[in-house]
Write a protein that binds this ligand. Sequence first.
Ligand code: ZN
Length: 384
Amino acid sequence: MEAVKSYRIPVDAPKDLIEEYFKVKQKALDIIFSHVKFSGKAHLKFNREDRRKLRDELLRGWKYSKHYIDSAINSVIGLVKSWITLYNGGKAESKLEITKRTVYIKNTLFSFRNGFLKISIEPSKRYLEVDLSKYSWIPKDFDKIGGLLMTEKELIVTVKKNVEPRADKWASFDVNLTNVTAFIDGEVRRYDLRRLYHVHRVYEVKIRRIQKLSKINPLTSKKLLEKYSRREKNRAKDFMHKLTTQIAKELKKKNCGAILENLKDIKRRILNGSKDMNRKLSKWNARTFQFMLEYKLKWLNLPVKYVNPKNSSKVCPLCSGSMASYGGRIMKCGKCGLTMDRDVIAVLNLQMRGEGFPQRALNEIIEREELSRNKINDPPCIPT
Ligand SMILES: [Zn+2]
């Protein structure tokens, strides 16, 4: 199995190459697109001979490494093919255009030695050298570097490693709007997401204010909106990165795999005060948390499995009776009377569905976590 991690590194990229590559892609698009046939279902008729001709044409006057032309052609063919799929499904919104000034650099165009990436720009003449060892957060234990993506300001480096994930134990995670509830090595933990929620709310207010401005000054307002939503995304992602890195480290110490809810299996359970915005944020939390934790664990040789979360907070983990709301986030079993926080119930059920655990352990946890009406504890905050 291959584990993958990607990093953005600031670089001073050769602007001339980026511009020329962009032009070549536009030219390639015109030509390749003229090979799309619209008889019956749209399809691309572009054979090896067509490709050779296009390649020769694009190479005329091209002073940079030839592989860039091949990568441009491949990338445009990929774009056209996905456009065709959309088109045939009636979902192609507009005409196909090249908008991004991104250069794909395949592994024949660079070498990596002693921490240095050496990217060929013009054959045996001009190179872009990047010292990866400067970036301490890029792991050193990778097997190879995948293709690179270059924009004017940054290089996206993907590192790969072969892994065979295995675990001695399993932990479960239930992600909500304001917390992640975890069951790790026999203990229930809560990681507070209220700060993240706050980040989202602050930007929501700002964005509303800007939207009001849009009637007076649409252009400025559009730019501001882009800036703020980018900032919000970055701050929110940053928060999730810190949290998932911390959890991954902890799981590594205990050689613990992770059980997560399969979000595809269900419509998300009804949320407290289920406003659309909260629903969206809750979904974002769950997806981002799972995505980040999964690739970080994989890199550490730890497995992840997904279980069906259907009714995970409504079934009694003790007797399988059905649980009903008992005020706020508290649920009570109609059969055995177990009273518990719904997030704890969810995470115990996930654990049982994913791995199962002995009744004795379950009893211990329930003893610790069971609530009476006057014993409701505050979630602890994440240490920062
Ligand atoms: Zn019960």
